[in-house]
Design a binder for this molecule. Structure first.
Ligand SMILES: [Zn+2]
Length: 233
């Protein structure tokens, strides 16, 4: 294991981190999420219109059922009316029939209103559903684009993991522990000495610290005295 290998491993790990970070932020993902939300909004509007149609249908059914009951009742009263002789009894029956006719008229009005409501619901359903096929097609296309982008990231990951395995194989247990510790602590645990400057913490090293870092054998990693990152020169 050389300092260069350690830096290389850090580069590979950073590339893997970058993929993890990018995956949920892919433009293809944001585009697909937007399509899914737009489609869901259209489907919700269609469901609301359908609920309006169904509620109107229940009102129509109820009005028709009540009207049929009233018709049966009126037929019975009309038959009775033909058999009564006493004028007071006939008057009472005629008054009941008039009452039923008034109720029927109210029911007819209710049914007409429900039919109007149903037509309005059907118009809503039609207009809400107009864009659905195009949105569904967009959604399918953006899903395919997202799948392709994710597959591309997955392929990059496979290749990076292979590179990482090969690099890590050259690390002994101590080097691996040092690297893992620095990576866990800092995320990017390996820094480079740039002139007298640590690329990890961006601090300048004092001349004495520089001498100490430079006294390590060439190619061997040392440690930044400011931040503790593995320092490669
Ligand atoms: Zn540092």
């Amino acid at each position: 294991m050389t300092a260069h290998d350690m830096l290389q491993l850090q580069t590979v790990d950073s590339a893997l981190d970058s993929i993890t970070h990018r995956r949920p932020r892919l433009p293809e993902k944001l585009a697909h999420d937007a399509d899914v939300a737009a489609l869901a909004a259209v489907q919700a509007a269609m469901a609301a219109a359908q609920a309006r149609i169904d509620a109107a249908q229940r009102s129509i059914d109820l009005a028709e059922h009540s009207a049929a009951d009233l018709t049966t009742k009126r037929t019975r009263l009309e038959a009775q009316l033909k058999t009564v002789i006493a004028p007071r009894e006939a008057e009472a029956l005629m008054s009941q029939i008039a009452n039923i006719n008034a109720q029927r008229s109210d029911l007819d009005d209710q049914e007409l209103a429900a039919l109007d409501e149903q037509s309005a619901g059907e118009a809503d359903l039609l207009s809400a559903g107009e864009g659905q096929p195009a949105l569904q097609a967009m959604c399918d296309a953006s899903a395919a684009a997202l799948a392709a982008a994710l597959a591309e990231l997955a392929a990059q990951e496979v290749s990076l993991h292979a590179e990482r395995d090969a690099l890590a194989a050259s690390f002994n247990a101590d080097d691996r522990a040092t690297y893992d510790h620095a990576r866990k602590q800092f995320g990017v645990g390996v820094a480079q000495l740039q002139h007298s400057h640590c690329s990890g913490c961006h601090m300048d090293l004092s001349p004495a610290e520089l001498d100490l870092v430079k006294s390590a054998p060439a190619g061997e990693p040392s440690e930044c005295p400011q931040c503790g990152r593995i320092l490669i020169r």
